[in-house]
Design a binder for this molecule. Structure first.
Ligand SMILES: *Cc1c(COP(=O)(O)O)cnc(C)c1O
Length: 453
């Protein structure tokens, strides 16, 4: 028999029973495997921490969301939001599912093209499109969503110089009842800017106005703002049809649907308080039928959902480095994945489940990452069972924004794997090596040597 594990005794308040006046406070049940593969096996083979994506889950999410919208409106097209997760393998799953690419920078634009997406299937959003990027997009016949007047003028100048026509839409922002207002992107509706931009485009021979776009925010917790947004876009579309005889190819309502991650400061679990995707789809599609159009003239509804389609397909597997008690007796667990890999933990209380059966004794704990930085806190307070060095945890719903917003800071970024539908495991991004970092550095000649005593 091995020696029992000893820990210094402390006095702590116990939660008894299923519920108390603070509600239920259970630890998540252990998650010992992901898509049927033991967590231990994955980390032994690919290292810890480890980002793990499920191909099956991504496809399921996309198909389910498409079905929800298609049953409510006849023409629906999704465009994958690259910034949400632009690993090549992830984007390719979405493209295989029929999604176009939605990009917000030249880098993302080039990445989409590199993966084989042709210009016509790229939606080019964002406030920073360089002249070179715009020129490229015009030549490729990409769908350029104009953000502001200076960009409109550049585009007029570029298309005239190249003697080419560009397919364009404008991004519109409006008061949807969300505060603070998201009015820094696109043309404002209430002050007349949007209508003015549309009229200038309609009168320009080189600009082919094919759509209207909005993206009202992210993690929108109610369906009503979407209804307000679509009402505005429909009004603008009716104006274009009446005044300029322009029939739009599409109305793009952006992304922003929430995933089931829970925001910090949100008392109840996201799953308990958020509307269903069906409710969002109802709010988005109902006003489209107020377009003064015959059924065969209806524009395509484009959706740029990001987080809602990928968050729960991503897991971060991590290993306990050690336990520690703070001076006030609070348990802390140090794990090998920090906020450098999980930027999103600044906003969300990511769910953390033990990856092994650890007994029924649970305790409020803080979960810290490995960085020598006070900000490296994954959870301030979470109920977890006793964990020992070498035990593992699974951090849930980390598919969105983590592997794009992560940073190389203090430690090198880990492997990312995808569990394929057939149960095989593929590395979709290799862990960083020291050379990856130092190869782009330059040390000036005179700093090349030193001698320490
Ligand atoms: C970020 C972004 C999206 C995706 O947003 P989610 O909140 O992840 O759905 C879609 N469209 C645009 C223009 C964006 O900037």
């Amino acid at each position: 028999m091995s020696k029992k594990y000893y820990e210094r005794p402390v006095i702590i308040k116990q939660h008894s029973g299923m519920m108390n006046k603070f509600g239920s406070s259970p630890s998540l049940p252990p998650i010992t495997e992901v898509e049927g593969i033991p967590v231990k096996e994955l980390t032994e083979k690919y290292g810890s921490p480890l980002f793990t994506f499920s191909e099956r889950k991504i496809r399921d999410n996309q198909r389910k969301m498409l079905r929800i919208f298609k049953t409510r409106y006849p023409k629906v097209q999704f465009a994958w939001s690259y910034k949400t997760n632009y690993l090549g393998a992830i984007c390719s799953v979405f493209h295989q599912e029929g999604s176009w690419a939605e990009v917000v920078s030249e880098f993302e634009y080039d990445k989409a093209k590199g993966l084989g997406v042709d210009g016509q299937h790229i939606i080019f959003n964002g406030p920073d499109k360089t002249e070179e990027a715009l020129e490229k997009a015009v030549k490729d016949k990409a769908k350029i969503h104009i953000d502001h007047f200076d960009e409109l003028y550049s585009l007029m100048e570029i298309t005239e110089r190249l003697n080419l026509k560009a397919d364009v839409a404008i991004r519109v922002n409006m008061d949807t009842g969300i505060y603070p207002k998201w009015d820094r992107f696109g043309f404002n509706y209430e002050n007349g800017e949007a209508a003015q931009a549309l009229k200038r485009i309609a009168m320009n021979d080189n600009l082919n106005l094919i759509g209207l776009h909005t993206h009202i925010g992210t993690y929108i917790m109610s369906a009503e703002p979407y209804r307000q947004a679509v009402i505005v876009l429909v009004e603008l579309a009716n104006m274009l049809s009446k005044q300029y005889d322009i029939a739009l190819d599409y109305i793009d309502v952006g992304g922003g649907l929430p995933s089931n991650n829970t925001l910090k400061g949100q008392y109840l679990d996201a799953e308990q308080i958020l509307p269903t995707y069906e409710q969002y789809a109802d709010a988005i599609t109902a006003p489209l039928f107020d377009l003064n159009l015959k059924p065969d003239e209806l524009p395509t509804l484009i959706l740029e959902s990001g987080r809602a389609l990928i968050d729960d397909a991503g897991y971060l597997l991590s290993t306990v480095i050690g336990n520690k008690r703070l001076s006030n007796g609070k348990r802390t667990i140090i794990i090998d994945a920090g906020v450098n890999y999980l930027f999103t933990s600044h906003w969300f209380n990511h769910k953390i489940a033990p990856a092994q059966h650890s007994g029924s004794f649970t305790e409020n704990s803080a979960v810290y990452g490995p960085l020598c930085m006070n900000i490296d806190v994954l959870r301030e307070d979470i109920v977890l069972p006793t964990m020992r060095k070498g035990d593992q945890v699974v951090i849930l719903y980390v598919g969105a924004y983590s592997v794009t917003q992560w940073m190389q800071f203090i430690t090198l970024r880990p492997n990312v794997v995808m569990i394929m539908e057939d149960g095989s495991v593929e590395v979709i991004r290799e862990s960083e090596k020291l050379e990856n970092i130092t190869s782009s550095e330059k040390v000036p000649e005179k700093l090349n040597s030193f001698s320490l005593k």
